[in-house]
Ligand binder design. Structure first.
Ligand code: FCB
Length: 458
């Protein structure tokens, strides 16, 4: 049997995010974020779940790092809670917050695991939301200050930094459909949020490079493969619209310094883009040391039906485009179609249509209904999902894509945002009653892949 090997220095990671795992929401001087407020809003999250305790990672850092080491991870992607570091989103740093992440980084480094930090995984300090949130321009400047504080304090030990995780979710789910915090439904505000998130990215990179030049900086986008439901021209136009609002509205400004003209035209009924000030796009287009891509699924879309009525949605101006399921394509417990060829397509699309930049898959994974049986959790569906997507990564590398690493989502089961604890994405099972961690069979499988730096031949 020959193995499909990955490049020698390929990074093998797993990812998490602060609000999804840390708990301890009032400890160490942490201030409230929009996810504290949102999760405590009746009806916002399935079962009324909150991140108050989550995986109690704040108190279990050492055990969790040992767990990562036992899997052989060579990198760990986590996020910093902004409101642990600046409890009200501005002003001096809270030392206890910085200390928590300093200790996490030190324990990772001692275990031989490269820390990979995200500055913002959706948890805006509530005080900044009260001042206008991402639709307000000043939030970008606040973010750059926070980035400067965090990286100048921790950049001696954390050398890889991502500004934002999935600004699509922060803008369009947070301020468009309102299914994520802060739960606002206002199409125009969601597009302003897009711009101010991107501006915050650019301003943060400028501030950090001026103070801590030796770190690697990038951003993580959630990109989707796209397909039309039929060969009709109308369905092709639906693809163009949804690709524009999901992928190109972020890729183009960050990598080319422009908003796609067709997306601006599609959004004309919603906003006139007058919030873009001279120089903003130059600020947004900073050199990147890497681009992170989160990939889960493909969108298959169709043109609106003639009598469709627009409801608040995550696709302003294109609310009535239909998202359809293909018959016979397997789905995960999120009802997301499993489509590994879409990952090859997505990686190649970025590599071929944009200026060259090293790429990392910073998230990829699947939710399944996992059960503990005799103390073990067997999750063949997740093993198969990872296997297919890692083969896709391998194929992309063979096709010349500069893919440098892969982070499985997620290290462990956690608070899945508006789904609460109802959806399990972990390679490690978490018993939320006892906080016991049980590595699933996918964790053992992944450890094996890492050990051989490759996949067994099929
Ligand atoms: C991504 C998020 C991550 C997790 C996975 C399932 O959109 O970045 O926090 O919720 O989806």
């Amino acid at each position: 049997m020959t193995t499909q090997h990955f490049p020698q220095d390929f990074l093998w990671g797993a990812a998490t995010a602060a609000y999804q795992i840390e708990g301890a929401v009032t400890e160490g001087g942490r201030g409230p974020s929009i996810w504290d407020t949102f999760s405590h809003t009746p009806g916002a999250v399935v079962n009324g779940d909150t991140g108050d305790v989550a995986c109690d990672h704040f108190h279990r850092v050492s055990d969790d790092v040992r767990l990562m080491a036992s899997l052989g991870l060579t990198s760990y992607r986590f996020s910093l809670s902004w409101s642990r570091i600046q409890p009200t989103g501005s002003g001096a740093a809270n030392q206890a917050g910085l200390d928590f992440y300093r200790r996490l980084a030190d324990e990772l480094l001692e275990a031989g695991i490269l820390p990979w930090a995200t500055l913002y995984h959706w948890d805006l300090p509530q005080a900044l939301e009260d001042a206008g949130g991402w639709p307000a321009r000043d939030t970008a400047a606040r973010f750059a200050d926070y980035a400067y504080l965090a990286v100048s304090s921790l950049g001696d030990r954390i050398t890889n930094w991502t500004t934002f995780n999935e600004p699509w979710c922060s803008s369009f789910l947070g301020y468009g459909s309102g299914v994520h915090a802060p739960g606002v439904q206002d199409g125009a505000a969601s597009v302003r949020a897009v711009h101010h998130l991107l501006l915050g990215h650019g301003q943060a990179l400028q501030a950090v490079r001026a103070s801590t030049p030796d770190v690697n900086l990038g951003i993580t986008l959630n990109l989707y493969a796209m397909a039309p439901a039929s060969p009709s021209e109308a369905d092709a136009d639906a693809v163009r619209r949804i690709d524009g609002l999901s992928n190109r509205i972020f890729l183009d400004p960050v990598l080319k310094g422009e908003y796609p003209a067709d997306v601006v035209a599609d959004l004309a009924p919603v906003t006139d883009f007058s919030f873009v000030q001279p120089g903003d796009l130059e600020t947004i287009k900073q050199p990147l040391d890497f681009l992170g891509i989160n990939y889960y699924s493909r969108h298959v879309v169709a043109a609106p039906l003639p009598d469709a009525v627009a409801e608040p949605s995550s696709y302003p101006g294109s609310e009535t485009v239909r998202f359809v399921h293909r018959t016979g394509v397997p789905v995960t417990d999120m009802d997301w179609e499993i489509d590994a060829p879409g990952l090859v397509e997505t990686l190649r699309g970025v590599a071929e249509n944009y200026p060259p930049v090293p790429l990392y898959v910073t998230e990829n994974g699947s939710a399944f209904v996992d059960k503990v049986v005799d103390g073990e959790v067997d999750d063949p569906g997740r093993v198969d999902y990872f296997d297919q997507h890692l083969r896709a990564c391998h194929a992309a590398i063979e096709a010349g894509v500069p893919l440098k690493g892969y982070f499985a989502w997620s290290l462990m089961d956690n608070f899945e945002w508006s789904w609460g604890y109802a959806k399990r994405f972990g390679m490690v099972y978490v018993d939320y009653e006892t906080q016991e961690r049980i590595p699933k069979s996918s964790a053992r499988w992944y450890a094996d892949v890492i050990r051989r730096n490759g996949l067994a031949a099929q």
